[in-house]
Design a protein around this ligand. Structure first.
Ligand code: AMP
Length: 492
């Protein structure tokens, strides 16, 4: 059999990079005669959730096969790769798009991970970040287990394969109960897909169904935008603490744990991460972003000639701001569509070069004008600073920067890559200090109350850790494995 699963390469200098933070997109479909191609389309629709690597695993009912690689979906899969997967089988397929920090940018961490346990083959694709993976990894390493990857996802397979879980009536549920942190995850077995969502509901996961030749094929996916792309219908969200099984018998459900008393849906999905076309946590993302812009206009009004979005991330909020303030919306920052998101470039120098490459300013619109520039968030501040400089160079008279989220002061341990605390511009700096650094005339961040006021659910149901430093669970240090209380975790 032609197996093209790529070699897993770990660093040879004895070091192990920091565990990557997994901001990813996941997908699964059962019973579709065109499963591999459907997964390929869905991964395109989820590309915004991760641009570093992509992969698809398929089942032929007895065994699994996969194709994985570094880069964008369009680069990873050729027509012949997809044909080969389709020839292997189409009982079911899962897929994964991955983004991680530079430290975790290794071919060995591409997903789905495909392994063989005593019960047969299994493939897994994970979105989120575990906060007890290091402790579990050590436990297994002491028992002589070998690890192929540096990713936290691999511990899930070790849990599933070990007697502690295998000897229980429901090994998958028992495995999921050992995990702490954020996980929306799909497992592919030869005869079924099982998908689980952590009891806090950190990352989104929805169920859908796709009609094929008069039959309904169950689908599970990170975001509804992928359902639209493959022509499937939204059914419902996977509940926190739930496992759904997709098989020839249709969809079955069980709880592996009660939902947490306080859910922790990631509010940053609404701010930046999810596609505007998706409905996430029961709320359309574009509508939420417009509302954030309206709230921002009420919180921080200022007189100006134009409301100007920072493309593409600030568009919806700028629209909302313009409507609420009555100041005309005008675009003058023109993106180059072919550069890609700049934060995918691992070094600072490369990121800066990419920013200049990425945006052109239309001097005719900007020169001599007072601008309200709207963006969704500031992370390191380097991109924003350069953009502001470019606007000044183009003759902007005043720049009033409005950000439709609060300052990001704390790291995310649950799947969004915000670099380390020291690299966050808002960490330890006042808004006035950030304003001075960015070189703008005024700066306002949406208040946390304003942001939560836009969100549909009770404010207590969201994780706001990156803004507030309040985490729902204790967190282990990503390198040392040392457990810190949720109060201390903001210090990493
Ligand atoms: P910077 O000024 O370098 O912090 O870049 C700000 C831009 O980064 C904004 O336009 C954001 O939309 C975008 N951004 C948001 N979240 C992230 C993230 N997790 N990593 C990198 N960039 C992000």
């Amino acid at each position: 059999m032609d197996r093209t699963i790529q070699l897993r390469v770990l660093p040879t200098d004895g070091t192990r990079p920091a565990q990557p933070k997994e901001k990813c997109g996941i997908f699964g479909i059962w019973g579709d005669p065109d499963a591999a191609r459907t997964a390929y389309l869905a991964l395109f629709a989820l590309q915004h959730r991760g641009q570093e690597s992509a992969g698809i695993a398929v089942s032929n009912g007895e065994d699994l096969e996969g194709h994985l690689g570094m880069g964008l979906v369009r680069d990873v899969f050729s027509a012949s790769d997809l044909n080969r997967l389709a020839r292997f089988g189409s009982a079911g397929a899962i897929g994964h798009n991955r983004y991680s920090t530079a430290g975790g940018s290794l071919i060995c961490n591409t997903q789905p991970l495909i392994e063989r346990t005593g019960d047969g083959p299994v493939a897994v694709a994970h979105n989120g970040n575990l906060v007890n993976a290091e402790a579990l990894r050590r436990l297994f390493a002491e028992r002589g287990h070998l690890f192929h990857t540096t990713s936290d996802t691999e511990v899930m397979i070790h849990l599933l394969a070990s007697p502690d879980q295998r000897e229980t009536p429901d090994p998958l549920a028992a495995s999921m109960r050992r995990l702490q942190g954020a996980f929306s995850v799909v497992f592919l077995f030869p005869d079924r897909i099982e998908a689980a969502r952590d009891p806090w509901g950190w990352r989104p996961l929805v169920l859908g169904e796709l009609e094929r030749d008069g039959r309904l094929c169950p689908v599970v996916v990170s975001e509804t935008v992928a359902l639209d792309v493959i022509g499937a219908r939204f059914v419902r969200e996977v509940e926190p603490g739930e496992i759904v099984t997709l098989s020839d018998a249709g969809v079955e459900s069980r709880q592996f744990a009660e939902p947490a008393d306080h859910l922790a849906m990631c509010i940053f999905e609404h701010v930046y991460f999810a596609s505007p076309a998706s409905t996430v946590f029961g709320q359309n993302v574009l509508g939420a972003r417009e509302e954030m812009g309206r709230t921002l206009a009420r919180e921080a009004p200022v007189d100006a000639d134009w409301v100007m979005p920072m493309p593409d991330s600030g568009r919806s909020a700028a629209n909302g701001y313009a409507h609420e303030s009555g100041i005309p919306y005008r675009e003058a920052i023109v993106p180059n569509r072919y550069v890609g998101r700049t934060f995918i470039k691992p070094t600072q120098g490369e990121r800066e070069a990419a920013v200049r490459l990425k945006l052109n300013i239309v001097r005719e619109i900007v020169e001599g004008k007072r601008l309200i520039v709207v963006d969704d968030s500031i992370v390191r501040g380097t991109t924003t600073r350069l953009k502001m400089l470019q606007l000044r160079e183009a003759g902007a008279r005043e720049i009033h920067l409005r950000i439709s989220a609060p300052p990001i002061r704390h790291p995310c341990h649950f799947g969004v890559d915000f670099a380390c605390k020291e690299q966050l511009i808002a960490n330890g700096k006042s808004v006035e200090e950030i304003r001075a650094f960015l070189g703008v005339d005024s700066l306002h961040f949406l208040s946390l109350e304003g942001l939560l006021g836009v969100a549909r659910h009770d404010p207590q149901a969201y994780c706001t850790g990156c803004f507030s430093g309040e985490y729902r669970v204790d967190v282990e240090h990503p390198q040392t494995g040392e457990i810190r209380s949720k109060e201390q975790a903001r210090m990493f």
